[in-house]
Write a protein that binds this ligand. Structure first.
Ligand code: ADP
Ligand code: ZN
Length: 297
């Protein structure tokens, strides 16, 4: 069995690991994301040391973004226009490739998480699904007909435009680009700005959650009618509020109004809109799944 390396490259910390599957992570280290040179240097040093023990067949990087994941681009493997100070236009995947001499897979953190869920989690066996993260931002990725979604750049499902709810005290929304897009109405910071307290501290019976479920359900409805996913996985900090799941499912059914005649939506929606299975290991496992894909290509 092949062993792979994975880098979960987050804006605040990096996790590097070697292994082949969720039950086979053989080594792991974590360190803060400081400067690009120091942080990427530590990752390179880690994999050079690991290569002496287990020679990973490939390395996968699931990175905070935006990134350039297009294989035919001159800037493939770069972190591009990130607001993280000092990290704009950072050469990343090519450095690992050059220094370790093994193939490197490179994609966004959420695409990595989607691939990890496809390989070992909630999307196993499907060929068209969406993984949506509801956190500091809202990002949606996944597969269509068995291939990770790409295109011009990559999908930006968080920026679907939505009609504001008449009872929303901030119907203008908070996205600096669009105001009332899904992200501008329903990410963690929007909850905090609308209600004046961090989303984590809003009690379960607060009206914030009915409105949140309303917006998430509108976003999901648009995704369902556009891509016809076989399942939607909802992750990210805000979805730690597990009571949102039944609210979102009911509202999706109400919004679709019987139009999509599929048992998954009409009767089995509990297994249609679901939390991720890999939990807080999704990042590093997603990176390992990217490595596995890179080794095959
Ligand atoms: P990031 O998107 O930055 O990678 P998260 O997915 O944890 O990280 O998202 C952070 C956002 O999610 C913050 O706006 C925070 O208020 C919110 N959040 C984190 N945990 C919870 C929770 N348990 N309940 C509600 N909101 C949460
Ligand atoms: Zn937007």
């Amino acid at each position: 069995m092949s062993i792979y390396g994975g880098i979960e490259a987050g804006g605040t910390k990096f996790v590097c690991a070697v292994g082949s599957a969720p039950d086979d992570i053989r080594d792991e280290i974590r360190f803060p994301a400081t400067t690009p040179a120091e942080t990427i240097g530590r990752a390179v040093a880690y994999f050079k040391a690991q290569a002496k023990k287990c020679s990973p067949a490939a390395i996968g990087i699931a990175s905070f973004g935006p990134v350039d994941p297009r294989p035919d681009s001159a800037r493939w493997g770069y972190i591009t226009t990130t607001p993280k100070p000092g990290w704009s236009n950072t050469e990343f995947a090519t450095v690992l490739q050059r220094e370790t001499g093994v193939p490197v897979g490179f994609d966004t953190d959420v695409n990595g998480a989607a691939l990890g869920e496809y390989r070992w989690g909630a999307a196993r066996g499907l060929d068209t699904f969406v993984y949506l993260t509801i956190g500091t931002g809202i990002g949606g990725w996944g597969m269509v007909n068995g291939a990770l979604m790409r295109g011009l750049l990559h999908p930006e499902m968080g920026h679907i435009l939505l009609p504001p709810h008449p009872d929303d005290p901030h119907p203008e929304g908070f996205c600096p680009f669009h105001g009332n897009c899904l992200e501008g109405l329903a990410n963690g910071p929007a909850l905090e700005k609308r209600w004046g307290q961090r989303a984590e501290t809003l009690p379960v019976d607060h009206p914030a959650w009915a409105l949140e479920a309303h917006y998430l359900a509108l976003g999901l409805t648009n995704i369902i009618v556009t891509l016809s996913p076989q399942r939607i996985i909802l992750g990210g900090g805000v979805m730690q509020q597990r009571h949102l799941f039944p609210l979102v499912r009911q509202r999706v059914q109400a919004a679709l109004h019987g139009y999509i005649q599929s048992p998954q939506i009409l009767r089995e929606i509990e297994s249609y809109i679901v939390p991720p299975v890999l939990g807080n290991r999704a990042g590093v496992l997603g990176a390992i799944a990217l490595a596995e894909t890179a080794a095959k290509s």
